[in-house]
Ligand binder design. Structure first.
Ligand code: AKG
Ligand code: FE2
Length: 332
């Protein structure tokens, strides 16, 4: 079957959506959601992207004041904070120069982490010539509103996914009841340095990787660059952007693959760097979940006589190990 990333409308009858989510999870592991308006309004997405752009336009010295201290708090992550190529089979494909990955900077937000990860008001520092003024209070309020809207949509989708797996609708509630979900506002950029040699290999914004949690919900702007790996044809497949605010890209993460004995696909994906001088913004929402929740193969995912491919592990153990692989960070 040809590889495709299906579009799933949230305005269809529930049973149809449950089936469409199941089919997509079993095949590409990626789908594009449309008709999201009752859950996350277009206006809120546009506002969030506006705030994101203003934040990243701040001078580095301002952004660095809110640098992320460890993986349990939010904050700013400078260029090349993560080396996703180290987290799995992503870096081994030989298409990418080792030195040429990770042309992105990020800001991780999670209201549960408290407010001290957000920039504090300091009007004289937070203004740059020629660009819109950055107002920390508006930034924080928008981040929180956006986060809560996407978090609730994620919860809704996981209840539909549970139904598609033939298990109790609230199966994932225990995973979500103490969630460590976060959004990573992301800015992809590679300066257009005059006289720089023409790249001989693809330039990478985010190295090939799989996502670690249950389900990722991503809003990307209209620049494009996200690609998904088609194992059967051994080639990369573009995930075309929708007009900003009208769609959300979702993908199954490693924990759902483990829960389902690898039936639901945690698919390798990457982001090409935008053309030099072009800015790209995207905002993924990740839900790594309750750290003490056990990730044990779901009984409906084992045929008679089939054995689990993975040992039971807690969500926290898995996510922490991935975080450490990708950043070289010490356990906190
Ligand atoms: O920016 C994108 O399109 C995808 C980013 C991504 O895959 C990630 O942050 O895990
Ligand atoms: Fe990803």
């Amino acid at each position: 079957m040809a590889f495709s990333i299906p579009t799933i409308s949230l305005s269809k009858p529930k049973q149809e959506t449950v089936q469409a989510l199941r089919d997509a999870s079993l095949t590409s592991g990626f789908f594009q959601l449309t008709d999201i308006e009752p859950h996350v309004s277009r206006e809120l997405i546009l506002q969030m992207f506006d705030e994101t752009r203003k934040f990243f336009q701040l001078p580095s010295s301002e952004k660095e004041k809110v640098t992320k201290r460890n993986h349990l708090v939010g904050g700013y992550e400078g260029f090349r904070f993560y080396d996703l190529a180290k987290t799995g089979d992503g870096g081994k494909k030989g298409e990418v120069d080792d030195e040429d990955g990770g042309w992105n900077e990020g800001f991780a937000i999670a209201p549960e982490w408290g407010t001290n990860c957000f920039p504090q008001a300091n009007p004289s520092d937070n203004k740059m010539e020629g660009i819109d003024a950055f107002d920390p209070a508006t930034f924080e309020a928008t981040c929180k509103a956006y986060f809560h809207a996407v978090q609730e949509l994620g919860r809704h989708l996981l209840s539909l996914i549970a139904q598609g797996l033939g298990i109790e609708q609230d199966f994932f509630e225990g995973y979500l009841d103490h969630q460590n979900s976060f959004c990573r506002l992301t800015h992809y950029y590679r300066a257009d340095t005059e006289g720089a040699p023409t790249p001989t290999k693809v330039e990478i914004g985010a190295a090939p990787h799989t996502d670690w949690g249950a389900l990722t919900l991503l809003v990307q702007d209209e620049i494009g660059g996200l690609q998904v790996y088609d194992r059967a044809l051994n080639q990369w497949h573009d995930v075309p952007p929708h007009p900003l605010g009208t769609g959300i890209v979702c993908n199954i993460g490693d924990l759902l693959a483990r829960w389902t004995n690898n039936k639901y696909r945690s698919t390798l994906h990457r982001v090409l760097a935008p053309k030099r001088g072009v800015h790209r913004y995207s905002i993924p929402f990740f839900n790594p979940g309750n750290p003490s929740f056990p990730i044990k193969t779901i009984y409906t995912c084992l045929a008679e006589g089939e054995t689990p491919q993975f040992d039971t592990i807690t969500a926290g153990e898995y996510i922490t190990s991935k975080h450490m692989e990708s950043t070289g960070a010490k356990k906190v």
